[in-house]
Design a protein around this ligand. Structure first.
Ligand code: DAK
Length: 257
């Protein structure tokens, strides 16, 4: 049983993971990150799960790495930091990951948001990389993914000043896909998760892989990957079912084959 997570399955095919460390604004200590990495590994292996939604509470999605824990680490501790591997496992999750964000998403919290594929933010959400205030820089992709998401000027401003931005600003900048009323954030994320869970699983997986590739490769390589994935799907039973269902004017029933 995880100590810092609540794991639920409120919708068919969708797992809801709630960060549960409210006394520290869901600060991401090593144990929480290990639990999260293990949950995502298990969801990746489970064919009954198509999508994971991750959320926090109304005050904080996550206020970053645990600063108390960071204070105890010396240089050797940082070189052997187990959190690096946890972050790598979180970022490697191959099914769609949706973040439902209310309140603070700062430092590692903002980096966790950027590991998600779809981001629904409550109007009160704040996104920022305040590490500069601690004399450090982001350590879980905050310089790399933020720049790719929002472009150079805003990424520079956020990382160099440590100042956070609103949900609306984050949406305009490309960090957030939709802004909702804070009380509806999780519901909206679950709705999107359930819609994706009804699609053909192999197509969903390859679509995510191809879209992620677009962010870190040249166009010719990305187009080649897309063509391979497209061709692979041509042989699936789900493609035949999708086309048949369209012609028969009924919903498709995909099997992941
Ligand atoms: N760590 C530990 N405790 C935290 C915390 C954090 N990041 N953020 C808040 N808390 C705790 C507070 O200490 C306080 O605890 P008590 O004093 O009540 O025991 C409680 O949560 C409530 O916080 P506040 O009293 O401060 O609440 P306020 O509403 O006044 O302020 C705030 C909210 C979010 C503005 C403020 O708490 C704040 O500035 N928090 C720190 C935000 C921050 O600097 N975050 C970035 C941390 S550095 C790595 C990967 C990633 C990283 C590092 C390494 N590797 C792969 C190696 C990431 C680094 C970071 O994220």
């Amino acid at each position: 049983m995880p100590r810092y997570l609540v794991v639920q399955a409120p919708e068919d095919g969708v797992r809801l993971i709630t960060l549960q460390r409210p006394e520290a604004l869901n600060a991401l200590n090593t144990e929480l990150l290990a639990e999260l990495a293990a949950e995502l590994d298990s969801a990746d292996r489970d064919p009954a799960i198509a999508v994971v939604v991750i959320t926090g509470n109304r005050k904080a999605f996550a206020a970053g790495a645990d600063i108390r824990e960071m204070a105890e680490r010396d240089l050797v501790g940082i070189l052997n930091d187990p959190r690096v591997a946890h972050w790598q496992r979180i970022a490697a999750f191959s099914k769609p990951l949706i973040a439902a964000v209310n309140g603070f998403a700062l430092g590692g919290g903002c980096e966790l948001v950027m590991c998600a594929d779809i981001v629904i933010a409550g109007e009160d959400a704040r996104f920022g990389q305040p590490e500069i205030n601690l004399g450090i820089i982001p350590g879980a992709g905050g310089t790399q993914r933020l720049l790719r998401a929002v472009g150079k000027p805003l990424a520079m401003q956020m990382v160099l000043t440590g100042e956070s931005i609103s949900a609306r600003h984050a949406q305009q900048a490309g960090l957030v896909s939709e802004v909702s009323q804070p009380e509806l954030t999780v519901e909206r994320a679950m709705q999107i998760g359930a819609a994706i869970a009804r699609k053909a699983p192999l197509a969903v997986r390859l679509a995510k892989e191809a879209l992620l590739k677009a962010a870190d490769t040249d166009l010719a390589t990305g187009l080649r990957l897309e063509r391979h994935a497209f061709t692979l799907l041509a042989g699936t039973a789900d493609r035949a079912e999708g086309i048949r269902a369209f012609q028969e004017k009924r919903p498709a029933h995909f099997q992941g084959q």
